[in-house]
Design a binder for this molecule. Structure first.
Ligand code: NAG
Ligand code: NAG
Ligand code: NAG
Ligand code: NAG
Ligand code: NAG
Ligand code: NAG
Ligand code: NAG
Ligand code: NAG
Ligand code: NAG
Ligand code: NAG
Ligand code: NAG
Ligand code: NAG
Length: 606
């Protein structure tokens, strides 16, 4: 369920039991999309645990020996409804070096027995470092590892902090899987010859948490429960901030776990469906500053490790499931409005939301060392509302639905810092299309959704461009899902899935230009028989092609698995041509450009 909430699963389960006359698909599709896989193999002590993994490029490491230390070792047993697990964090003191060119976060975990997938978050000083989902265990045990480049959080990591981890797990006589977790941070010292590189990769000077101050029995994320719910956080920034970038983390659960499959409300009402989450298949996370929309996020459709058919995700997990993408919104044009030393409010809401979305953010700030107070002004701000079109045609439970949405948000503002009078222009362009077919009296669903999420930032001094970035993201999901009621409490289903995460980035500063592209596509096919929400038999196969080209670093992987076994795995980590990235000299002054580049060079997929 990738959720901390147990009761919902129970209620869906009861619905399944209490209303056997309805077709199972129309009754409660979400329950069917996350059945529990019961491993019936007898645990043999000699069987080694299965290694689960997400296909992604390795983090490029400098050629230095890291100073590593274990920050937290914890067994997540019955943690549901309890506060996060806390640990004291201190910067590495045992390292000869005091400067690091790369910092890597590592989550290693094992689990054995029976358990659901659980969403979890890791925060340092309230700043979210990782949003992730656990792998689902087997009777014979599993092991998995998540590595994330956290160099972006450098300034935070150089101070004493409190680390918080929330992973709401439930242990009963049936659900026996305890998650045994180690969190290690690896600090790679900077080489002398690295100096230009580290200046070039300049992370923010200060990162403010835009998360919940006092998590009582939950994570530090805000919980957005419906379409009118707005979660607010008050913050104050130093008056010499010359750049502000908001990094937003989102995950969706329960009624909105499969938001892109949710039918329209008129379809649900016309068919008297209960237990089917609605509000249609479009969702948008909206970020506001003092009530004005500053940006939006049209999220990638992460499928957690127990979703659709759990057999698809063993051992290759779904794109983003072990390291959910975070999304950047450039706030710099609005700085003029918030450099007054007073408190301001960031707000989060989700268009069409159903219970529940977990959202929070980190505000990355770059400070002007040569100025104590910067002035600025927002010159222009356009936030056109969503242009929505829904064409539906249904008779009973059969029908077709086409939903299209587009939107643009842009802002321009100037700032006078010690670098000069810089004007920053920020644009987000979005388009969305979702075609949904319901057939077979609601037992067949075919969804084909594509999101284009383009943005660009440009900073200029009157005579020339300081830096510019442009990114084009394309998120695709295709799901064919057909269920057959076997009449004896068993449903049989067939699944065909494609997930695509493509991204092109370009950055320019003066004569320097750097580009990167990622094409990451998973195809998966499965079938399963489900009785009382338990998978009694089935098969899952997954093929993935991952192709990253970062100019001077490339990574290619073509891999396939079926029924827990890797069928083929081809890896290449060389570019098939001469590197063509050139960053001109003398650009290191322009920290906004460099910080942006550092971010893009990280292992981050957003
Ligand atoms: C974590 O697991 C990975 C993959 O199994 C392994 O390479 C790494 O050494 C482990 N890290 C630690 C600190 O044990
Ligand atoms: C965590 O670290 C301890 C001590 O190094 C080790 O014994 C244990 O196997 C590790 N667990 C995981 C899940 O990596
Ligand atoms: C950070 O924590 C360590 C260990 O608790 C302590 O010795 C040190 O004084 C702290 N540093 C600061 C700046 O508070
Ligand atoms: C939406 O959620 C908020 C926050 O939980 C709640 O106060 C409000 O009553 C809900 N609105 C509706 C229409 O359910
Ligand atoms: C839905 O319920 C209403 C009122 O009970 C009933 O008139 C209608 O026939 C039902 N529609 C379907 C499709 O079952
Ligand atoms: C900075 O440039 C903007 C746009 O050209 C202009 O409107 C503004 O007055 C300038 N500010 C200062 C302090 O010169
Ligand atoms: C985004 O950029 C791509 C590639 O340039 C383009 O094909 C697409 O139409 C753009 N979409 C939007 C919404 O701007
Ligand atoms: C829905 O489509 C199926 C075939 O996919 C057909 O057998 C059934 O009669 C249709 N139902 C209605 C209400 O038209
Ligand atoms: C956004 O759309 C506008 C208007 O179509 C276009 O001029 C601009 O180049 C687009 N920007 C991006 C980043 O897609
Ligand atoms: C249910 O019925 C199907 C087909 O009629 C059969 O293949 C399956 O074994 C049955 N399952 C159970 C659990 O009885
Ligand atoms: C399922 O996927 C396979 C391979 O991707 C494809 O050949 C097949 O046509 C798909 N079937 C359906 C019903 O979409
Ligand atoms: C999957 O593999 C197991 C052995 O690991 C085997 O017993 C089972 O028959 C296989 N399932 C299918 C559908 O091939």
């Amino acid at each position: 369920m990738a959720s901390s909430r147990f009761p919902l699963l129970l209620s869906l389960f009861l619905l399944l039991l209490l209303q056997p006359l309805f077709s199972t698909a129309s009754l409660s599709r979400n329950a069917l999309l996350r059945p529990e896989l019961l491993s019936r193999s007898t645990p043999i002590n000699a069987t080694p645990p299965t290694l689960f993994f997400e296909v992604t490029k390795p983090i490029q490491l400098p050629n230095t020996k890291p100073c590593s230390y274990l920050i937290l070792q914890h067994d997540f047993g019955y943690t549901y409804g309890k506060p996060p697990v806390f640990a004291n964090y201190t910067p590495p003191s045992h390292c000869a070096s005091k400067k690091f060119s790369k910092i890597v976060f590592e989550w290693n975990a094992t689990c054995k027995g029976r358990q659901f997938d659980r969403i979890f978050g890791v925060w340092l000083g309230g700043v979210e470092l990782l949003r992730s989902c656990t792998a689902e265990p087997r009777a014979t045990g599993i092991v998995w590892s998540v590595q994330k480049d956290i160099t972006r959080y450098y300034s935070l990591l150089m101070k004493n902090q409190t680390l918080a981890v929330f992973l709401g797990n439930i242990i009963t006589s049936i659900y026996t899987g305890v998650y045994h977790v180690n969190i290690t941070i690896h600090f790679y010292p900077e080489l002398n010859s690295d100096n230009s590189l580290s200046e070039y990769q300049s992370p923010a000077d200060l990162i403010l948490p835009i998360s919940r101050n006092q998590p009582l029995n939950d994570g530090l994320w805000f919980e957005i429960e419906n379409s009118t719910d707005i979660e607010l956080k008050e913050f104050k920034i130093p008056q010499n901030s010359y750049r502000a970038l908001l990094e937003v983390y989102v995950s969706y659960h329960e009624n909105d776990e499969f938001w892109y499959l949710n039918p329209t409300n008129d379809y649900i009402e016309a068919n008297n469906l209960t237990g089917t989450p609605g509000n249609g298949p479009f969702r948008e996370v909206v970020v506001s500053l003092d009530g004005e929309v500053v940006g939006a996020i049209w999220p990638f459709t992460v499928i957690y490790t127990g979703g659709v058919n759990p057999l698809l995700w063993r051992p290759i997990t779904g794109i983003g499931s072990f390291n959910l993408p975070s999304y950047n919104i450039e706030i710099t044009p609005f700085l003029g409005k918030i450099l007054d030393g007073k408190a301001h409010k960031l707000g989060f809401s989700v268009t069409n939301a159903l219970n529940v979305w977990y959202v929070d953010a980190n505000l990355h700030l770059w400070l002007d060392g040569k100025s104590s107070k910067i002035e600025g002004e927002l010159l222009k701000h356009i936030s056109s509302p969503d242009v929505v079109s829904v064409v539906s045609d249904f008779k009973g439970l059969n029908g077709t639905f086409l939903t299209s949405v587009s939107r643009s948000i842009s802002s321009t503002g100037w700032l006078k810092s010690s670098l000069g009078n810089i004007t920053t222009h920020w644009v987000q362009n979005f388009s969305y299309s979702n075609s949904m077919v319901m057939g077979n009296d609601g037992n067949l669903q075919i969804v084909d959704q594509i999101i284009h999420f383009n943005d660009s930032a440009q900073a200029k001094i009157p005579s020339s461009s300081v830096y510019s970035t442009k990114s084009h993201k394309k998120y695709a999901v295709y799901l064919y899902y057909n269920t057959f009621d076997q009449g004896n409490g068993t449903s049989f289903s067939l699944e065909n899935l494609t997930l695509g995460f493509n991204e092109n980035n370009a950055e320019a500063a003066g004569f320097g230009l750097s580009k990167s592209s990622l094409k990451n596509v998973q195809n998966a096919q499965g079938y399963m028989a489900v009785k009382d929400n338990l998978v009694t038999s089935g098969l899952g196969s997954t093929q993935q092609v991952y192709k990253y080209d970062g100019g001077n670093f490339c990574y290619f992987r073509n891999i396939s698995s079926s029924n827990y076994t890797i069928l083929y795995d081809e890896v290449r980590d060389k570019c098939h041509r001469r590197a063509r990235t050139h960053i001109g000299p003398g650009l290191s002054r322009w920290r906004p450009f460099h910080a942006r580049t550092a971010f893009l060079a990280s292992g981050h997929i957003a």
